[in-house]
Write a protein that binds this ligand. Structure first.
Ligand SMILES: [Zn+2]
Length: 253
């Protein structure tokens, strides 16, 4: 059956002072849902930062498989990053993909809250021998830190990021609720407030190394490999990421 023109719309959260925008494509209901979720999870400043350079394209699709979404960063031949979100994805799964984007384009971020992918001033992926050699560690850190920030920004009653099942010897839900309490400073996860903006970012900077998700083995998927926080230190030593001030201080102790 052919859809009518009204069933599929393209809407932009436009900011006149930026060069790009957040372009969301999907059914009317899907687009409104994404708008609601990101306006709740991110501050105006953060939404504006997402529009930097070419902004971001968001596609709500019937993705197959278990992946609730994906983020394709700016790179050779891809001028505008693309977020793909599975229809009926949970709110926290939507927030996760937008955090990947913010980590890549928000210049106010550094250290663990900045993308671990080597990125130039225009937000474009720098591909090199070093990049290919350390890809597992880069992905390990990126997914783990993005998940930590997601846990701070959005509590999910009905499930949690699949990466919580990559922590050796721990029940995923127990690990998730531990991180949620740590991030929000609340003893009761049900009563905990979602963090946004600077508060969410500060929680990751201050507490990432104490989270359960920093102990996950996301890439490669074997427990012989480095945990995410071990990958983080590995990338610092390899000169692929820059530690923030806090980490520099700690290493001097
Ligand atoms: Zn991810």
């Amino acid at each position: 059956m052919m859809g009518t023109a009204n069933e599929f719309i393209r809407r932009s959260l436009r900011d006149d002072r930026s060069t790009g925008n957040i372009d969301i494509m999907g059914s009317d209901g899907d687009v409104r849902n994404i708008e609601r979720v990101i306006k709740e999870a991110f501050t105006k400043r953060e939404l504006k930062a997402m529009c930097k350079q070419n902004g971001v394209e968001v596609l709500v699709e019937m993705l197959t498989g278990n992946r609730p979404g994906s983020y394709t960063r700016k790179q050779e031949g891809i001028f505008t990053p693309v977020i793909r979100i599975k229809r009926n994805a949970r709110d926290d799964q939507i927030v996760h993909e937008f955090i990947h984007h913010l980590r890549s384009v928000d210049d106010e971020r550094k250290g663990i809250v900045r993308t671990s992918y080597p990125t130039d001033a225009d937000g474009k992926l720098i591909v090199s021998e070093k990049y290919f050699r350390n890809i597992n560690d880069i992905k390990n850190v990126e997914e783990s830190a993005t998940t930590a920030e997601t846990t701070a920004r959005r509590f999910s009653v009905s499930g949690q990021s699949g990466y919580y099942s990559k922590i050796c010897g721990f029940d995923p839900r127990v690990a998730y609720e531990y991180d949620r309490r740590l991030m929000t400073g609340s003893r009761n996860v049900e009563m905990s407030n979602n963090l946004r903006g600077e508060k969410a970012v500060a929680a990751v900077i201050d507490k990432y190394e104490r989270t359960m998700i920093s102990n996950a083995h996301i890439y490669p998927e074997e427990i012989k490999g480095r945990t995410a926080v071990e990958s983080w230190n590995w990338l610092i030593d390899a000169g692929l990421v820059e530690p923030d001030d806090k980490n520099e201080k700690n290493s001097n102790v």
